[in-house]
Write a protein that binds this ligand. Sequence first.
Ligand code: SIN
Length: 279
Amino acid sequence: MRKLTPTIGAEIFGVDLSRPLGNQQFQEVHDALMDNLVVFFRDQKMTIDQHKDFGRRFGPLHVHPNAPIAIPEHPEILVIKADEKSKRVAGEEWHTDVSCDLEPPMGSILHAIEVPPYGADTLFANQALAFATLSPGMQRMLRGLDAVHSARDAYSPKMQGIHDRFEGMTVTTSEEANVTQVHPVVRRHAETGADTLFVNQQYTVGLDGFWPHEARPILDRLFAHATQDSFTCRWRWAPGDVAFWDNRAVQHMVMGDVTGHRRLMHRTTVAGEAPIPAR
Ligand code: SIN
């Protein structure tokens, strides 16, 4: 294993994800994920079924509530793609996958099928560190707060016109995306016990019990704090690479520098539980 930075990310060597993981190998991957929050494997030749089997080793698979199903036989595979005409790629804003769900996913596994020669790297940020580096006063205040999450600014009908302008992306918007969920601003990681900041720019739309004009400056400050460079690592993709991240402790984003090249990624998402408040 090789750490990418002192704070987040590690590359794992010698694991073939196309084969079922034995108990010891499973434990090693699991522990590396808990310690490093995102782990990477190079040159994996797994099929879609093998990708799903790897994900299921960590829990039942989650199906994205809003994204269209691109491969009808495999609704658990979220296809993220850009082509020569694309001006953007999905996931360009810092986010935690589907934090607008009642039970947001525990983890996500992204397999690079086709990648551009440069550009569209993915960045990951450590949200335990984001919380730990706030002042004691700020930590105390945040522990008492709940945030409102919704996919309305990504997948609700008001966004359809924007999606239509970006060729290469198929997004179907729906009224269901207007549903909101309330989650603690600080959650306790169910396995490591770490307290993590759980708000993100894409899905967190307010603070429960606050006027919007009161919540906005607090959230904007937290978004900026949580994604500062020293909490992050950055992965430059090659075909066959796999990234597996822990959504309970990580935000991520793809760099919006698509350059007229094709990019095709398959993602499975492992189901999670309702966030545990860290009061
Ligand atoms: C995602 O947001 O899950 C996708 C990130 C990427 O395509 O690099």
